[in-house]
Design a protein around this ligand. Structure first.
Ligand code: HEC
Ligand code: HEC
Length: 184
């Protein structure tokens, strides 16, 4: 390779690196009003066993919304899981708990997980929807909207957040059944 070609390549690599890094830094921001696609709020679920076992009754919540201690406690009480039995074979239970703990809000980087942790402090919530930060983000959603047959409760993230499965909760991706786009 001649010298000129090499330095052009190096320049291209630096430029690409800057774009990638820039994207990550911008994506960390809370609002998405500037448009363009930002990085996910939380790491999407990529563990098939978790998806199938814990995503059968409801949306498979991303582990980055609760601390490791919450997931441990939740996984220790599956016989009475919010009034249902969600019991699993011991090896599946262990594998899922390990996945949740490793990717918990206090174990991974990410601005949204950090915000949940700040709000949780030393508590051990078993519900994402009871975390103060979650409530503050949803306090403008009137309770009557939840009665829509396609929603039911705030636990049904995917009913309103069209890209929840991708770990993306951006405002412009929200479509509320019975209402449509969310404008505040
Ligand atoms: C048999 C059905 C069932 C299975 C299987 C199940 N869940 Fe649930 N889960 C529920 C119900 C019911 C609720 C309460 C939902 C509500 O209040 O709207 C719930 C709520 C939750 C919540 C709290 C959601 C919130 O409001 O913030 C978490 C977290 C959760 N489940 C995690 C899990 C995990 C992890 C697994 C897999 C080990 C699992 N669930 C498997 C039925 C199930
Ligand atoms: C009834 C519809 C609805 C449901 C169900 C719902 N959300 Fe939301 N969510 C909203 C609305 C509306 C906002 C507020 C957007 C705004 O005004 O900033 C929001 C905001 C958020 C934000 C902040 C986004 C941002 O850019 O500031 C996160 C994170 C979030 N929701 C996560 C969740 C999770 C996780 C669940 C399920 C446990 C959930 N939501 C369930 C409607 C919903």
């Amino acid at each position: 390779m001649n010298k000129l070609r090499f330095s052009l390549l190096a320049l291209a690599a630096i430029a690409l690196g800057t774009v990638v890094l820039g994207g990550v830094v911008l994506a960390d921001d809370d609002d998405d009003k500037r448009g363009g696609r930002r990085a996910p709020d939380v790491m999407p679920v990529e563990f098939a066993l978790y998806q199938s076992e814990c995503g059968s009754c409801h949306f498979a919540f991303q582990p980055g919304f609760l601390p490791a201690r919450s997931w441990r406690q939740l996984m220790g009480g599956l016989a009475d899981h919010f009034g249902d039995s969600a019991e699993l074979a011991a090896d599946d239970r262990q594998a899922i708990e390990a996945y949740l703990v490793t990717n918990a809000a206090d174990r991974v980087a990410g601005r949204r997980s950090a915000k949940f942790m700040q709000s949780i402090g030393r508590d051990t919530p078993l519900r994402i929807t009871e975390v103060r930060y979650f409530r503050s983000k949803h306090d403008e959603v009137p309770a009557r909207l939840l009665k829509h047959e396609q929603i039911g409760s705030f636990s049904n993230c995917i009913a309103c957040h069209t890209r929840a499965e991708q770990g993306s909760y951006a405002e412009r991706e929200i479509r509320i059944p019975g209402i449509g786009r969310w404008e505040d």
